[in-house]
Ligand binder design. Sequence first.
Ligand code: ZN
Ligand code: ZN
Length: 262
Amino acid sequence: MPTGEFCVVCGRTGVPLTEGVCDACAAARVALVRAPKQVEIVLCPQCGARWSRGHWERAGLSSVLSSEDLAPFLEFHPEAGVRTLHWEETARSRSLRELRGTARVRFRGIERDVPLALTARVVARTCTDCGRRSGRYYTARLQLRGEAAPRTRRPKELRRQLGALWDRLREESRADWRQAVAWREELPEGLDVFFTDTLAARAVARLAKQRFAAGLVESASLVGRKNGQDVYRVTFCLRFPAASLAEVAGPPPAPAEAPIER
Ligand SMILES: [Zn+2]
Ligand SMILES: [Zn+2]
């Protein structure tokens, strides 16, 4: 480096210069990270899912905002590499949260902490899944039943067997099929399972038919019209042969014995 070259800002010599400015001065002069004044985060108050890029994601998350929520809003200098990002909530009202953060950024070999501040407007919106669950919304029902034949079986024992069978069916189902289960109801004649997704219900019904030799009857009923289209609810009635039920559920629990007197 030719002697006599110095940083035009701090005057230091003997350091690498970019357009006459040393790296330390350049890092201090450019905006390494920019945060908008206010951002909007849509989250489901029931399950914590975030609305992001047109769909709900990350259900089960805490409602505390984290780097994961805020990083997408930050703008980084093209030469800046983020090392760490920390946020802290400093004030909160019903819908607004004040956040202070620190971004540790590497720029031309120098690490610097950049202080950040922003206001997040939190919009509470019930996500699709929670809305469906709370509204008892369903599109399909799976009816689990014993064989149509004689009424010799005790209803309680039948429900125990169908419960065990349903547990097994759930275990063998795909995760997205299981997610479509909204709730289940025990009835004198068996077990009803309600689904928020008809394709998932049909897939589970077919699995039951193959796996446990169940009889399957599908029927649909018109429940209304939405956006000019008929809305149907589909019922899948599954009848399980006694042998399948006995195999999955095992023998009935032994009746409670009277304590032995000595
Ligand atoms: Zn300098
Ligand atoms: Zn939710």
